[in-house]
Design a protein around this ligand. Structure first.
Ligand code: ZN
Length: 217
């Protein structure tokens, strides 16, 4: 079962993809994670990627495609995978068609209110990088990291006005891709209008998956 997950920043797609990965025993292939690992290992590819990121440029399609193709040809992807963060452009989607047949595309529709609530309450430790949420996972002492005592701060990206721009950018970038797959009738939308426990969203996702896929899955 070859899946793609699309979702807005702060929409929870990383969490949901991991859950799908555990349940169906298929790897969660997140291009962001692969890039971070290559960069931290200092591989040739990592150096190349770091160059683009340091210059504030997007990693070009050819490079991303190569990374994904290599990952999908690994043994553990034989029975399927869930892609997170790829494809991001139409040329990438076309390249992906050459690599694998996509069975289903999950599109998370999360209301702007839910996302702004989640992201604007996020705080990060300056010292160790631990992530808190003032509502759902607050630190024991205001503004101080439980783990290392470091100072907590809010990323510039997580301020409501910036979040709105990020969402707008996401919609513009993703819409053509969703249309691309919608023509094949393999898009399933999961609508999250208000804050919901992960398990509840997962039930919606599983039922969308299981009603759309052949019985052998
Ligand atoms: Zn800390």
């Amino acid at each position: 079962m070859n899946l793609i997950m699309f979702g807005p920043p702060g929409g929870g797609k990383g969490t949901y993809s991991s859950r799908i990965s555990e349940r169906y025993g298929i790897p969660h292939v997140a291009t962001g994670d692969i890039f971070r690992r290559e960069v931290s290992e200092g591989s040739d590819l990592g150096k190349k990627i770091k160059g683009y990121l340091d210059r504030g440029e997007l990693v070009p399609d050819e490079v991303v495609n190569e990374v994904v193709e290599r990952r999908l040809s690994e043994e553990d992807c034989r029975d399927g995978f869930i892609l997170d963060g790829y494809p991001r452009t139409l040329p990438q989607a076309e390249a992906l068609d050459e690599m694998a047949k996509i069975d289903l595309v999950i599109v998370l529709e999360v209301s702007e209110e839910v996302i702004i609530n989640r992201l604007s309450n996020r705080r990060i430790c300056r010292r160790c990088g631990e992530i808190y949420n003032l509502r759902s996972m607050p630190p024991k002492r205001e503004g101080v990291c439980d783990k290392c005592g470091g100072e907590l701060y809010q990323r510039e990206d997580d301020r409501p006005e910036v979040i709105r721009n990020r969402l707008e950018e996401y919609r513009e970038r993703t819409q053509p891709l969703i249309e691309f797959y919608r023509r094949r009738n393999i898009v399933r939308e999961i609508v999250v209008r208000e804050e919901k426990p992960v398990d509840e969203v997962m039930r919606m996702i599983y039922s969308a998956l299981e009603s759309s896929l052949p019985a052998e899955v």
